[in-house]
Design a protein around this ligand. Sequence first.
Ligand code: AVJ
Length: 319
Amino acid sequence: MMLEPFVTHEPHAKPDGDFLDAVLHGLSLPKKSLPSRFLYDAHGSNLFEHITELPEYYPTRTEIGLLKSQAREIGAALPSGAVVVEFGSGSSRKTELLLAALDRPAAYVPIDISAAALYPAARRIALSFPDVDVYPVLGGFHDLERMRLPLGDSRLVGFFPGSTIGNFSQRAAVEFLLSARRLLGPGAVFLLGVDLQKPLDILLPAYNDADGVTAAFNLNLLARINRDLEGTFDLDAFEHAAIYNERHQRIEMHLRSLAAQSASVAGRTFSFAAAETIHTENSHKYTPEGFERLARDGGWEVSQVFVDKNRFFSVQLLA
Ligand code: AVJ
């Protein structure tokens, strides 16, 4: 379709200049950790796409199943002529399902930090939904505060699928919800994918798949450090570990050192004891009550919850 409706905003997004700072900082902490957003370089994003197709990884297919099978109910709960604002839109794969469920959606505002993901996906949506105006916005979650939507409308529908909110700490999740509230305004609603607590025999294999794709995804972070930051990590000397932290009700991904060793990054050396880990990701699992509290702390009220028949995953409508 035409590119006329595309409005490109000044990119607030920092390039990967902060990768080095984050790695030097994270490896200097008494408990080593690295921010999970760095897992998603081009190679990591491909590996994650592969993860979403694994038999053990239930979240993506369950959420897509929900958006399809309950499309009528979801559509009925949302305003007609909606303006959909998606946070971290990536490939916008689930967006088509939401737009198809809505009554005459007016506009789509995908927000993503990766221009390479944002613009092709925005163009694809514009082509498949000729009546929807598409306004891609290049930016990250930290830019939300400074963003201004060019729409000033009361039919705003925020969209944040994938249970990405589960990767945030409690505090970051509350701050994100408050920012989204400020950006979208008091009349808006917000549709989020939220992963639910479930037995460990389902949960653990989802993050420890038999083919080792999740292991490759996790270890790619060290490969990326070697590639981009003159790192000297021996990839065979670390293993992927995913554990359930009962106290924090979350899956944690770690990279565990198989021996006492050291590795350097941009000329700085870090030592690792045998079995010491680098914490690389959290994926919180919620109870409906727990998420309700979180939403309230973030300035929203849960108005409707859509779940699959196994109660593995939820799509939550906040108002
Ligand atoms: C895309 C961040 C929601 O936490 O389940 C998948 C990322 N990490 N396997 C998740 C992930 C390991 C995924 N999120």
